[in-house]
Design a protein. Structure first.
Length: 469
């Protein structure tokens, strides 16, 4: 499935709206998209951007239905169910990509002085943004110089001039590992920003996959067929053959330029001023684009946009995958709600089988690839409570939880420089809380839960209308 197939499927399902009226790339487009996303509206296809011929797609993933369409799942599936099928696919064998010689992305190839990134209708999203952000759905492709490990990472990208794109690669991200190694070697890092192609390039590019595992392999296992890539003669990188747009070049591992600020997914601007936090940038040497390319964007900003839905889905899936790979018994469901940015809180439902089982789960969660980074809290509930049922989760936190007896605070965990709850100069470390809202397994005398009398409930249901309802 490429982006055009996805757009067609959304349109057939009544999940996409074409906007024909002229719209300005400068704030107007993003404001339409944001307000639409807050209403859980359709994906938007802006066909008429002021001064441009290229259309822009936004809001692709704001609903479970469109996430399900992208992943070939039933359109009625809940986010938790989609994440579970993701977990099942990725705990099987991963499928490496297949190399092909060409593809539709070769329709147009522009190099050197002919490159002008302002030829694309790149949106400015929020009033205090430092500029126009071309990469909100883009994934950066890089390769470890010492091995075959190819990484895809979704890092925001700002157009700095005609052929430079600033990239916010946060410390400890996989492209950061690669970049540090290139720095040691004293060489520039080959890099490419990919936009479009399989919609999973974005969904999986923004997923916390373990170091050393290529996102292409995860895409392969989710599709149950290899992702198709060509090997670039410019950088040697494997790049998807069907992207809408690819910006290819190199990143100097030492040089930095001012980038940002940007209205981030936390609902706040990104924190440090751009001169306090200069960023690496891609020196773009070649641009590939399909005939009639589509620029794909997402609005980020305050929850809930499709960014939060994506993070909720892919982080729920990877946390569940890790717990499964750790062979922890009894896991019933996992959920990182979009309201928490899709990352700051996690809930796990477990069927307890031994004393301390619920804390086994809680401590495992904060050790997973997803849970070790930025997570502020995990709530563990019994198996009668689905992790994505807020009403029941609050009931458990009220009726089964005693803060002093069943809370663990972890003082030092890895955090994100984008967390506005932390002081501006100390955002690398945060604390975490584990809330064990399960009835302790070892209790002899457990609270006696009220259940309706089954026979009477059936009788009442059968006579429901007679009561005047
Ligand atoms: C829309 C969107 C924008 C993101 N922007 C950034 C960013 O600017 N920098 C960053 O380090 N991570 C960003 N992330 C999170 C990363 O995509 C995520 O941590 C991913 O795991 C990074 O890939 P890696 O694990 O291969 O490093 C963003 C995620 C989304 C959904």
């Amino acid at each position: 499935m490429d982006l055009r197939d996805f757009i067609k499927l959304c349109e057939e399902a009544g999940e996409l709206k074409r906007i024909e009226k002229e719209v300005d790339w400068d704030l107007e487009l993003s404001h339409i998209a944001k307000l639409n996303e807050e209403e859980k509206g359709p994906a938007l296809f802006f066909q008429n951007i002021k001064g441009y011929n290229t259309p822009v797609l936004t809001s692709a993933f704001t609903t479970n239905k469109r996430l399900a369409i992208a992943l070939g799942q039933p359109q009625t599936a809940s986010l938790c169910e989609i994440a579970k099928s993701w977990m099942k696919a990725t705990t099987k064998k991963l499928i490496p990509p297949e190399v092909v010689s060409t593809g539709p992305v070769f329709d147009n190839v522009v190099e050197g002085d002919k490159i002008n990134l302002f030829d694309l209708p790149v949106p400015k999203f929020y009033p205090m943004d430092g500029g126009r952000f071309i990469g909100t759905t883009a994934a950066l492709v890089t390769k470890d110089p010492d091995s075959d490990w190819v990484n895809l990472g979704t890092y925001r990208m700002q157009v700095l001039d005609e052929n430079s794109v600033g990239v916010q690669i946060i410390k400890g991200k996989h492209a950061d590992f690669h970049m540090n190694r290139y720095k040691e070697l004293g060489k520039p890092m080959p890099a490419a920003a990919i936009i479009g192609g399989d919609p999973l390039n974005f969904l999986v590019g923004s997923t916390l996959v373990s170091a050393g595992v290529s996102e292409y392999e995860i895409i392969g296992s989710l599709r149950d067929e290899p992702a198709k890539v060509f090997i670039s003669d410019l950088t040697g990188l494997p790049l998807p053959y069907d992207c809408e747009i690819i910006l290819e070049g190199e990143i100097d591992p030492v040089e930095r330029r001012q980038e940002g600020p940007f209205g981030e997914y936390t609902g706040y601007y990104s924190g440090k001023k751009s001169d306090e936090w200069p960023k690496p940038f891609i020196n773009v040497k070649r641009v590939y684009f399909r005939n009639n390319p589509i620029l794909w964007s997402t609005t980020v900003g305050k929850p809930i946009t499709d960014t939060h839905m994506i993070q909720s889905l892919n982080r729920t899936a990877t946390m569940w995958t890790d717990l499964e790979n750790m062979h922890i018994p009894g896991i019933k469901s996992v959920y990182l709600p979009p309201e928490s940015g899709g990352r700051f809180w996690g809930i796990v439902s477990v069927k307890q089988m031994y004393p301390g089982h619920s804390m086994h789960v809680g401590t495992a969660v904060i050790s997973t690839t997803t849970g070790h980074y930025g997570l502020k809290g995990v709530i563990v509930v019994d198996d009668d409570i689905p992790a994505d049922d807020w009403t029941k989760v609050f009931w458990a936190m009220s009726m089964r939880y005693d803060p002093v007896a069943r809370t663990q605070i972890i003082n030092r965990g890895r955090s994100t420089p984008l967390d506005p709850a932390l002081p501006i100069n100390a955002r690398e470390i945060c604390s975490r809380i584990i809330i064990d809202a399960c009835i302790p397994y070892e209790w002899d005398r457990k609270p006696l839960e009220i259940q309706l009398d089954t026979e009477m409930a059936d009788k009442v249901r059968s006579k429901w209308q007679e009561y005047g309802f």
